[in-house]
Design a protein around this ligand. Structure first.
Ligand SMILES: [Zn+2]
Length: 132
């Protein structure tokens, strides 16, 4: 066993590059050290995220908050941020999809409620009947 000098991950002695960060410098690991059962894939770099990944986080958070306050501001913001995060981000793309769906639903609900409040939704659409 040997330890990566950069990220301190344990690696097998015959690894040329660190499983976690791709670094090629190692020091001897402590006696009896074991490689974790599921080492991180080589292409996943710790703390390696871009501005667009932060968009994803922002989009997700604002899509949730948008359900409670200022939906007509937050949900479109969330949609834009999540789509940018999904298209250009490297990580958390599932979260971006979730945020897009949540924001779209939140926006639709908000629009529907708003239209209903100002009388733009006909009664039959709510009650399912044309009778009055
Ligand atoms: Zn490493």
């Amino acid at each position: 066993m040997k330890t990566c000098v950069k990220c301190k991950s344990l690696n097998k002695d015959d690894n040329n590059f660190c499983n976690a960060c791709g670094c090629s410098e190692f020091v001897a690991a402590p006696e009896g050290a074991q490689v974790p059962a599921q080492p991180a894939p080589a292409h996943v770099h710790k703390k390696d995220y871009t501005m667009y990944d932060l968009f994803t986080i922002f989009g997700f958070v604002s899509s949730i908050i948008g359900f409670f306050v200022i939906a007509l501001v937050l949900e479109p913001l969330s949609l834009s941020a999540s789509i940018a995060g999904f298209a250009k981000g490297k990580r958390w793309r599932g979260l971006a999809i979730a945020a897009i769906v949540i924001a779209a639903i939140g926006l639709l609900i908000r629009l529907f409620v708003t239209l209903y409040d100002i009388g733009m939704i006909p009664e039959w659409l709510i009650t399912g009947t044309f009778e009055n």
